[in-house]
Design a protein around this ligand. Structure first.
Ligand code: 3PY
Length: 249
């Protein structure tokens, strides 16, 4: 396919000024001319550091969440305008950790995605089923419901400007990975849903796989026809691992 792959690190709630400086320096030093797009999604307090270290490099940066509101009395929230102040290109929305630990609904995730998109920040919309849901044969229904909520609020013309990430909840931080074929099957189903909204855009939308992607399994996952990159958890915190995944993409 024609889609350029995207490898996006999700640092989650890890890092410090000192640790990030070392990690970013190591990644920059080790980066050959990359054949893929690369991004790092950092905690908000480190946007300025990412901008200072990564501006002018081949690596984009972004956030891990954004408010559904434009601004105002929402203590603790971060507005998309604030991400833009630090030139964030991407923002993750609806990661399963936010859905599970912060009770984010499909509707709220959709509003966040829309807020980012309208501001010109690319939302990386995460969807994924739990183990119980998979074993009950509900995978397509669950990810379909999660994606439908986002598709409902977007203009069809804007569809090509989102990134989707399929992250089976049972594979996140557990060391378990979906087999390439299991992932491919879901990616194909997601792309078919996107095509229902806008067939041309569906061909362009990147669908990333997330959930314990690491150097060991990246190449075979990334070889699947509808897997257009990865959203990388733990392996994004080690320069050698992150670089190995970038090299595989
Ligand atoms: C993981 O790989 O564990 C992730 O959740 C990436 O977002």
């Amino acid at each position: 396919n024609m889609r350029r792959k995207l490898v996006a690190g999700n640092w989650k709630m890890n890092g410090s000024l000192v640790a990030n400086a070392a990690l970013l320096a190591e990644i920059k030093a080790g980066l050959a001319v990359a054949a893929c797009d690369i991004a790092i999604c950092a905690p908000a307090p480190y946007f300025a550091q990412c901008q200072a270290e990564l501006a002018g490099s081949a690596i984009a940066w972004g956030g891990q969440d954004v408010s559904a509101h434009a601004g105002g009395a929402y203590t603790g929230e971060v507005a998309v305008s604030m991400l833009q102040d630090f030139a964030c290109r991407y923002v993750i929305v609806g990661h399963s950790e936010r859905r599970a630990y912060h009770a984010e609904s499909d509707g709220l995730v959709a509003q966040k995605a829309l807020r980012a998109l309208l501001a010109g920040v690319t939302p990386i919309v995460c969807v994924g089923e739990t183990l119980v849901e998979r074993e009950a044969g509900q995978t397509d229904a669950v990810v379909g419901r999660q994606l439908a909520a986002v598709l409902d609020v977007l203009d069809a013309a804007d569809l090509a400007r989102i990134v989707v990430a399929y992250e089976p909840v049972w594979a996140i931080g557990t060391g378990k990975t979906a087999t390439p074929q299991m992932a491919q099957d879901v990616h194909l189903a997601l792309r078919a849903m996107l095509a229902g909204k806008n067939p041309t855009a569906a061909v362009e939308v990147k669908i990333l796989y997330g959930g314990s992607m690491k150097p060991d399994n990246a190449a075979e996952l990334l070889a699947m026809p509808d897997i257009d990159g990865g959203l990388i958890g733990g392996a994004a915190l080690k320069a050698v691992d992150f670089l190995a995944i970038v090299a595989a993409a």
